[in-house]
Structures are given as C-alpha cells and as structure tokens.
Design a protein around this ligand. Structure first.
Ligand code: PLP
Length: 458
C-alpha cells in the first residue's frame, strides 16, 4: 500500500515511512493512494471476533509488509492488555437502538489511548529495526499528551516533547502528563491556545533540516497511523449492534476532525454508516462550514469541553481532498487561502457532498451541563462533557439509530461534573494518588524558534 500527500508534491511512501514522518514535506497530510474496500459478508464475518482480532484484520490492510503478522498480532495484544474492560470499546444500549460506545478504558481514561498504545509499539519496532532514535513532538488539547506520556514513558528510542496550552486543560489532564517523571519526556506549557501549539508542531515539521536532524515524528492525528487505528472501533461497534436493518448514525464529539474522519475511513471501506454527525462546542468551525460552505477561522473560545477548543481542524484537509475530486491543486489553493486570509470556500459540488455524508450540531457550555444532569437523572450514568455534547446531539435525532462515541472518562473533568450534578466522579484506582504527586512542567512562549532551540539543547 502506497501513501500520497493531500497536496501532491511528494513521492509515494509506504506505511513505515508515513508513520516515521508524520507530516508530508509539502505541508500536506498523508492518505492511502487507494482504499481496500470490504464486502458486507467480510464485514459481517467480524461479528464473532474479539476487538484485537478485528483490529488485526483492519490494520493489516494499511500496514502492508511493514510488520510480520505475528509481530502485529503481538503488538495489538500488548497494547490492550492493560485496558480495564476486556471488550476494549464496549457498546452500551441505553435505549432501544440508542448506544454509547465507551472508548475511555485505557490507561489515561480517554480514547487517545487506543491509538497511542499501538503507535508506540509500532514505532519502537521500526526504530529498533533501523537502529535509530526519534524525537516526537505532540500538541495536546488535553488528552493526547497524557496518552503519549503513558505510551512512550518506557520507550528508550523516543524523546517526547508535549506542547499544551497553558491553563486551558483540566487539572487531572495536566497532572497525567506532569507527574510521570521520565527522562525521555518534557512537558512544555505554551502561552497560547491548542491551535498555537499545533501550529508550532507544523512549523517544526516544515523546517526540513531541523526535522531531519532530530528524526522528528508526530503522534497527533495528522499522523495517518492514528486514523487507521481509530477506524477499528467503528467496525467493532457495528459488530455489536443488534438491529442492523435500520440506518446507523455515528455521533462524534470532534475538534481536530480526527476521530470522525476515522469513521469516514471505515465508511469508505464499506461499513454501512448512514450519517457521520459532527458534535462540537461553541468552537463550531465545522458546523459553520457544513451550514455555509465556508471554512472560516475565528478566535478559540474556552469551554467546558476543553479537548475540543480548536478552530483549525487539521484532518479536514483529508476530507477536502476527497470532496474536491482528489485534486491536490485544489487542496493547495484552499490551504493557501486559509493561511493568507483565514478562510476558504468549498466548491458547490464539494459542499453538497459534505452535507450528504455529514451532519453537524453544537452545544454551548450551559446546555452541556444540562445534558450531564439529564443523563445522570434519567439513565443513572455520569458522562464527561465531550460525551455530553454527543448525547445532546443524539437527542435531536430521536427517530434514528445512533451511536455516540464516549471519548473520555468523567473523572478527567471533575469540576464540570460537580457543577452539573454536585458530585465528584471517582478516579479509577490506578490514579488515586494523582493529586499528591509533584509536577514537572516548563513554561514557554508561543514561539516556534524558541521551542526548536530548546529541543536541540536537550
Ligand atoms: C481529542 C478529544 C476529542 C476530539 O477528537 P478529534 O480527534 O479532534 O476528533 C473529543 N473528546 C475528547 C475527550 C478528546 O480527548
């Protein structure tokens, strides 16, 4: 399987090279040159398999010859052996044909663990084979950083730098990064927003000499490997559903368009998804884009679902490539407009297609609290604020079968949960002493050059 850049200017790479590189040299994102589709028979045959077996079946289609089968199987097994639910991503039917898929049973209580655990092992295998080390830089809106810290803390070939927006992640989220003291990890608190952090990451990748000199790689969802691993749970969800004869909609709390793009990938492979529904907070650039056809950046506003306080939804570039007839020149034009004028407009046909496949809705901070309370009172479940946004959107679709992706454990956002239901959700046993551990964090300005110098100095 070959991979190409959405901006068309680079040579084709295999999976191993794509995983190592993260972002393409032309600033674009890697995507497979073609997608292997699956028949409904093949998809249905997954129904009696375990999560790990389904993961192997799907992931193998994208990794080609990079890993021997036995190695890939072993890595998948190791990645999920510490999850606290043996199903990995259990599906809860809270009402007939209404589901929540819990993706937070990994070591840092958010869905980011599902991909990060496996990516760390894949990278270790490749780096060991090549006998090289790698520098990983990762921007986080709260959960990616923690997942990366856990996954890479014992990975001796990787030096990890996490960029988090100062004061804009929850205490629990920050502590999951800053209390794990590992020589190969540095947590940098940037004076800016998540978008600033992600722009620094892109800036570092685009300095090709620097990127080469430190073997730079990335584990944000701009790295294809994230998307590939995340598309697995759309297939496992389908395998659990009882009534497959009615249209099935997935509702995905999304900011960077990563998790929902993984659903689009599953759909492109043949999974019968009716609609992919974008659920956002007040930072609703994707909803505005689906409503108007114009993708226009505005200021990031803080909300109580901080992992989605994002205005530049990087993975949208991957969808844009398909919407604009797989034409890299069109993508380049749009991205140039975005960086010069802060906006671009979809072609008429692209906008029409976007609306056909996707829906979007948003909830503000107050409605998010109301939903957390409603779900607690009516279903006796405590859901985190990101999941609550998905749930709120599901309530507006009463007539269809919906699966809401539950992206984080409520204990990661205790202040918000308390505000909604006057109760503190219990932290799982493993994290009980999180608040008594000391923190290690380095404050940094929003300046790519200074971050670059710091990385070199380390
Ligand atoms: C990262 C994150 C999201 C958004 O994921 P995308 O990749 O931007 O789609 C939603 N909820 C939680 C809890 C997250 O950590």
């Amino acid at each position: 399987m070959n991979y190409i850049s959405t901006r068309g200017n680079t040579k084709k790479l295999n999976f191993e090279e794509v995983l190592l590189k993260g972002l393409a040299d032309d600033g674009g994102l890697y995507i497979p040159e073609s997608i292997q589709t699956m028949s409904l028979d093949e998809i249905n045959s997954l129904s009696n398999k375990t999560y790990q077996e389904i993961a192997f079946h799907i992931i193998k289609k994208f990794t080609g010859k990079t890993f021997p089968d036995s190695v890939l199987k072993e890595m998948i097994f190791e990645s999920y052996k510490n999850f606290t639910n043996t199903l990995i991503a259990p599906l809860i039917e809270y009402e007939k044909d209404k589901y929540i898929m819990e993706l937070f049973h990994g070591p840092t209580l958010a869905f980011k663990d599902i991909a990060m655990q496996l990516i760390s092992r894949m990278l270790d295998f490749i780096l060991t084979k090549r006998d090289i080390d790698s520098t990983i830089i990762c921007a986080t809106s709260g959960d990616t950083g923690g997942a990366a810290v856990d996954a890479f803390s014992s990975n001796s070939r990787v030096k990890l730098f996490v960029l988090l927006p100062n004061g804009k992640v929850s205490d629990v989220q920050r502590r999951m990064m800053t209390t794990v003291k590992s020589k190969n990890i540095k947590i940098l608190s940037i004076d800016g927003t998540f978008d600033d952090c992600q722009n620094i990451v892109k800036n570092l990748f685009n300095d090709h000499d620097f990127a080469k000199s430190v073997n730079l790689s990335g584990v944000n969802s701009i790295n294809w490997a994230r998307i590939m691993v995340q598309c697995v749970y759309y297939f496992t969800a389908f395998s659990f559903i009882k009534n497959k004869d009615i249209p099935i909609n997935f509702i995905v709390p999304t900011g960077n368009f990563g998790d929902i793009y993984a659903g689009y990938l599953a759909q492109s492979m043949g999974l019968p998804i009716s609609k992919l529904i974008i659920a956002t907070n007040i930072n609703d650039i994707l909803k505005r884009c689906i409503d108007t056809g114009v993708y226009k950046i505005s200021d990031v506003m803080p909300s109580n679902s901080p992992s989605m306080d994002i205005q530049i939804s990087s993975n949208f570039e991957r969808l844009l490539f398909d919407l604009e007839g797989k034409d890299p020149l069109e993508v380049k034009k749009c991205m140039a407009l975005l960086s010069d004028c802060g906006k671009f407009e979809l072609s008429k046909n692209a906008h029409l297609q976007f609306k056909m496949m996707f829906d979007a809705d948003s909830l503000d901070t107050i409605d998010t609290l109301k939903i957390i309370k409603k779900v607690y009172v009516e279903y006796n479940m405590i859901i985190d604020p990101h999941t609550a946004i998905g749930f709120g959107v599901a309530l507006k679709k009463p007539k269809s079968s919906t699966i809401v992706l539950s992206t984080a454990h409520p204990a990661k956002f205790p202040e918000t949960i308390f505000e909604a239901i006057k109760q503190h959700p219990a932290l799982p046993e493993k994290h009980k002493n999180l608040h008594s551990l000391s923190e290690e964090i380095c404050s940094m300005p929003n300046n790519a050059q200074i971050i670059k110098d710091y990385i070199v100095s380390q």
